[in-house]
Write a protein that binds this ligand. Structure first.
Ligand code: SF4
Length: 372
């Protein structure tokens, strides 16, 4: 049995229905997709397209764009023409924006049917979605739970979140529309995880995971990794959005890191590196920082270990496709470092040339993998 097939590493995914967000399948056996959201003014078409492209380069499978007014849905029509990822239109309260966004080419509408006024309006939005091949996302958020549910339950709690989600879902089911995914987000990790668990047990719709308003890059990453990670580990979740007060491409990178860690999906170089200590033969921290930057264009899941010395270097090199282990100490910078290929000692390299050399090795490996 290979390392990756060991039983303690296997995550059994919840069986969910499959829907389509433009060209991307969500749910069922589709790979777990990663999404983000723009924070430009949607009417700033140029700025929004540039931001979407950066998210695309980071690997985003789809991108959400806010549509607060009619000018925004008009801009959306231009935006979707200029990008290749499916665009999700974020709609709140205004059913007309939903209809306009569907007509403008959105692949999915994030809209809560219970908040748009009447069954007749729900019917009109569903018709527009059907006519234009648009799916939907019901997005329940603990911070904007229905007053009626808050009165019934006293405070946002998993039961209230699930009840809200299923109420919205029923409005779409009544129109015989089942092309939707659901999220039950909260900024409190415990509440979000418990709500998703309960929702996962209550329906088979695909789930969009997120810990909402998670915070800045560092705090939000940890919070999301724990919340989203716990759910994914249990097999729950079909698409993820890491919500950070940071650039959209950072959200995408963190999303992929979570999926990589759980062996659910791989994209880009996975670097194993030591924290470094007095034994290091080269500056590990700076080397890893430089390599992350120089290798950010690689899409293939190449594994690379960057280890400061022989204590754990050879061991990590055995489990990675390309490995580098420090040969000397920082006090003796002329000692050569050992390069490993497929776990075997291959050749040595000096500190000066090693970055360019490793970048070339990874690029070659990636090209081989892409050709396979
Ligand atoms: Fe220190 Fe070597 Fe361990 Fe890196 S691998 S932390 S340099 S002992």
């Amino acid at each position: 049995v290979s390392m990756s097939e060991r039983s303690y590493r296997v995550i059994k995914r919840r069986v969910s229905r499959q829907i389509r967000v433009g060209s991307v399948l969500v749910g069922g056996d589709a790979p777990i997709s990663v999404q983000t959201m723009t924070n430009t003014l949607t009417t700033d078409i140029k700025g929004t397209v540039a931001q979407i492209r950066r998210a695309e380069e980071a690997g985003a499978d789809m991108v959400r764009v806010s549509c607060p007014d009619a000018d925004s849905t008009a801009a959306l029509r231009e935006i979707v023409k200029q990008v290749s990822v499916p665009i999700i239109a974020d709609i709140h309260f205004h059913y007309m924006r939903g209809i306009e966004a569907a007509e403008a080419g959105a692949a999915c509408l994030r809209i809560n049917p219970g908040n748009i006024g009447s069954v007749e309006r729900v019917r009109e939005v569903v018709k527009a979605a059907r006519d234009h091949g648009c799916s939907m996302r019901i997005g329940v958020n603990a911070a904007s739970l229905d007053q009626k549910l808050l009165e019934k339950y006293g405070e946002p709690c998993p039961d209230a979140m699930v009840e809200s989600a299923l109420e919205h879902a029923r409005l779409l089911e009544d129109e015989d529309f089942r092309e939707f995914k659901i999220s039950v987000k909260a900024s409190d990790t415990f509440l979000a995880v418990a709500s998703y668990r309960a929702l996962a047990a209550a329906c088979d719709y695909p789930l969009h995971l997120g810990i909402t308003e998670a915070g800045g890059l560092r705090g939000g990453t940890v919070k999301s990794a724990i919340g989203i990670g716990a759910l994914l580990w249990e097999g729950i979740g079909d698409t993820v959005r890491v919500s950070l007060s940071a650039l959209p491409e950072e959200e995408v990178k963190v999303g992929f890191e979570i999926l990589k860690t759980l062996d659910l999906r791989h994209r880009g170089v996975r670097i194993v590196s030591c924290p470094s200590c007095a034994r290091q033969g080269f500056d590990v921290v700076k080397t890893v920082e430089l390599l992350e930057e120089r290798l950010s264009h690689i899409q293939e899941p190449v594994t690379l270990s960057i280890m400061g010395c022989v204590v754990n270097g050879p061991g990590e090199a055995r489990e990675t496709q390309i490995g580098l282990t420090g040969g000397g100490t920082l006090a003796n910078v002329n000692a050569k470092n050992q390069v490993y290929l497929c776990g075997e000692r291959a050749h040595t390299i000096g500190n000066e040339e090693m970055i360019d050399h490793l970048v070339a090795l990874v690029e070659k490996k990636a090209a081989e993998m892409a050709a396979e």
